[in-house]
Ligand binder design. Sequence first.
Ligand code: ZN
Length: 456
Amino acid sequence: MKVLNLHSVALGLLGSLISLATVGTLSAEAANVTAWQFNPGGNRLEFTTDTAVQPRAQWLVDTSQLVIDLPGTETRYAIQNFNGVIHTVEVTQYDTLTTRITVELAPGYSLNPQQIQFQSVSPTQWVVQLPEPVPQAAENRVPAPVSGDLATLQAIAFSPDGRQLLIQSDRPVTSSGQWRNGQYQILIPDARLARGLTSIPLPAEGSVLQARLRQSAQGVTLSLLPRTGIRFGVATQVSSQELAIAIESSSSQSGRTVAQTSNRSPARPVPQGRVVVAIDPGHGGRDPGAVGIDNIHESEVVLDVAQQVAQLLDQQGIQAVLTRNSDEEIDLQPRVDTAEQARANLFVSIHANALSMERPDANGVSTYYFSNSDLAQTLQDSAVAATGMNDRGIHAARFYVIRNTSMPSALIEIGFVTGAEDEPRLASPQWRTQMAGAIANGILQYVQRHSMTSNR
Ligand SMILES: [Zn+2]
């Protein structure tokens, strides 16, 4: 699955938006998606919100869907059928604090996700320009259904070691997978369940907590509810009658381990009397965050910087708690929970920014706050002074982690992975150490200025 992640950055005005249908609801809590429109002729999606948002986008290769999540927003359900190469655009309340816009292509079509362009007319107005969809290569296409000619699934089971899901059928079948509401759904088109096949025994080691089978007009759907950190690989045809889907645990294959920080798990008990700072490296696991020049991944850069910040704080007698300490996928609420459970005095989220590859001119540091700008300003000043980077200033924003933590919080964007000046910095170990030092210094200044001495 190819993932693009795009962060909100104000660009110059692109001109006024064309008339938009209002679909928003009123709420004092979250931002609202006030309008959206898809122009099928121009392959152009536009949406507006009543306060700034940070869209996150993913391209789902398997299902030819562009999924755009708007964290911290509410909306009203809507779906529009276009019946062209763009099939539908659906707007849903994905979870209580996320609006999801899904653009689905017609079956048999795909597009180059590198050519999807996000442009922010302003922090509340966005234009998403899709390239022209193209017919998929024949070998990648799901075979057209032949009426009455369905494969029969004879057995579905997890392998004894729990590392594979095995699907046995009377003839070759294909499958496609997608995440939906925390469940992984595997569709096996043009297939039916053998008589008596109604359930899947769960794997002994607990990687999957729930498994359901459903037969529909499209075929058979398996809905799996995995334990946190579980990922599903692509399906491989083991034989003409067996399909295997790999099950991976991010804890068993963490991308990066740092010896001196490996004991700093979020569960570590917090000693009394020390200032506690939660450090939140953005993204991780299946979500690489922003992907930039030379395939640099935000999730990897910010983990490295965050681990160094934590180490520096520890050396200064401040208890640092990392919300993740490896290349693992963690939702936003568990990050908030980690900070709350540790009774952190401060919360600092570390991200890197991105714009399209066509905007190497966008570079620099910016910091976001929700209610109080003091911590953000301190971090921003420290980072700019230490690195000499372009100062993009501090801004109020409604990012989930800074909005839902009870302690003073800030989210720093340490540079642009798509920036011609910033990318070499983000890739450089020396620069990362420098930035980590600047963030740790900013935190220390804030702690000293506010005479913080112990846990709340
Ligand atoms: Zn990010």
